[in-house]
Design a protein around this ligand. Structure first.
Ligand code: PMP
Length: 408
């Protein structure tokens, strides 16, 4: 991978922040956008925009082709069997809420179980809490190992024939750990449960094959993978989507409407009410083209190198605690510096032009498990370099000095 050429495609990276060249280490929250994605969205608005699925005029057809073309592109990107297995949503959060509100609330009843893990992002936790409360199902957790990984033996214990849904993140946005979702899917299926995968942190970084995983639902967001904000998708197996009721009603999702009764289109259209996020879909398609041109395997390799480099570099600094395993992780490092609040770490680094994230990362139960209230997190993407990680390490030494700590 020619990192210099990659960086040149991201206009935002070439600026100074607080008098220093920007080092952007917050891609797990949202990635930056390459020129090709920005241009695709502008081009769409300049040449092709109209509403979709309605007009019979030329622009209406162009917009519809662009929107439905994006659906097909996502399907082949994830290796879904059919474009109709892709539902456009606002992002991962909306996709997971759709499964919890439509599928889980319909199939779960008292005595049933929904199984998740304590490392879930709130987006893959609260919808299941609410579905459990609404249906009388029991919410259960596969416990974490001391290093933050999941054990399949534990999963075998927790998932039972009463389990209706297992929902697990492919990659933790805090621990960076890659979970064995294929094996978890097999356990879920042996017990008659469906498997829901939160793909927010995996889709940007590694090749995903939903047929190989055999998961039933898979959710992701475009903005973490070089695409626009406000769009993402839910993959769902055709047979499951076909039996699900919409959770939002209005234009475009209907078949017929009478004064007192209405009927819906087939999936996925029944889940896409109102004017959809057309320009977002165009941008997401351009982002997929961009990532595929570079190659997900190359991106994965580059990030694993950065993660290992950063893990070792930050481990050398006295007083830095890193969370999660060293290996089998994507390119993010969550850490704390002894006696310095992560917000202070982030503020001092920002003065050096280095953008990292501090907080609970929408994982309050995981913070409690780690026995911290918040952490700092540096996350890397295809445009980051080892030199930037060196600047992070130097910035951390400066932070310690600023707060009067011994330098080590
Ligand atoms: N799950 C995980 C693991 C995430 O990291 C995030 C985003 N931080 C989400 C879900 C939610 O994604 P979005 O805000 O794009 O809906």
């Amino acid at each position: 991978m020619n990192i210099k050429a990659v960086r040149e495609q991201f206009p935002i990276l070439h600026q100074e922040v607080n008098g220093h060249p920007l080092v952007y280490l917050d891609s797990a929250a949202s990635s930056q956008k390459p020129r090709s994605v920005i241009d695709a969205v502008s081009r769409y608005y300049e040449h092709d925009h109209s509403n979709v699925h309605r007009g019979v005029h030329t622009l209406g057809s162009r917009a519809t082709d662009a929107y439905e073309g994006a659906r097909s592109k996502i399907a082949s990107f994830l290796n879904a069997a059919d474009a109709e297995e892709i539902v456009f949503t606002r992002g991962t959060t909306a996709a997971l809420n759709l499964v919890a509100s439509s599928y889980a609330r319909a199939v779960c009843k008292e005595g049933d179980e929904i199984v998740i893990t304590p490392m879930e992002h709130h987006a893959n936790l609260i919808p299941w809490q609410q579905a459990a409360k609404a249906t009388g199902a029991t919410l259960k957790y596969i416990p974490l190992q001391p290093d933050g990984t999941l054990s399949l033996e534990d999963a075998e214990q927790v998932i039972t024939p009463r389990t209706k849904v297992v929902a697990v993140t492919y990659v933790s946005n805090v621990l960076g750990v890659i979970n064995p979702v294929k094996e978890l899917t097999a356990i879920a299926h042996r017990n008659g449960a469906v498997m829901v995968v939160d793909g927010a942190q995996s889709t940007p970084h590694m090749k995903v094959d939903v047929q190989d995983l055999d998961c039933d639902f898979y959710a992701f967001s475009a903005h973490k993978m070089c695409g626009p904000t406000g769009i993402g998708a839910l993959y769902g197996k055709k047979s499951l989507l076909a039996g699900m009721e919409p959770i939002e009603y209005g234009g475009d999702m209907i078949d017929t409407v009478e004064l007192f009764e209405s009927s819906w289109k087939e999936a996925p259209y029944r889940f896409e009410s109102g004017t959809p996020i057309i320009a977002g879909a165009v941008g997401l398609a351009a982002a997929i083209d961009f990532l595929e041109q570079i190659g997900l395997d190359e991106i994965d390799k580059h990030e694993r190198q950065l993660a290992a480099y950063a893990y070792d570099k930050l481990s050398e600094i006295d007083g830095v605690t890193i969370y999660g395993p060293r290996d089998n992780r994507v390119g993010l490092i969550t850490f704390n510096v002894d006696d310095i609040h992560p917000h202070d770490v982030s503020t001092v680094l920002d003065a050096e032009g280095i953008a990292i994230r501090a907080g609970h990362h929408c994982c309050q139960p995981l913070m409690r498990w780690l026995n911290v209230s918040s952490t700092a997190r540096a996350s890397f993407y295809l445009y980051n370099t080892e030199e930037e990680i060196d600047r992070l390490a130097e910035g951390l030494l400066q932070t310690k000095e600023f707060f009067g700590h011994a330098i080590g």
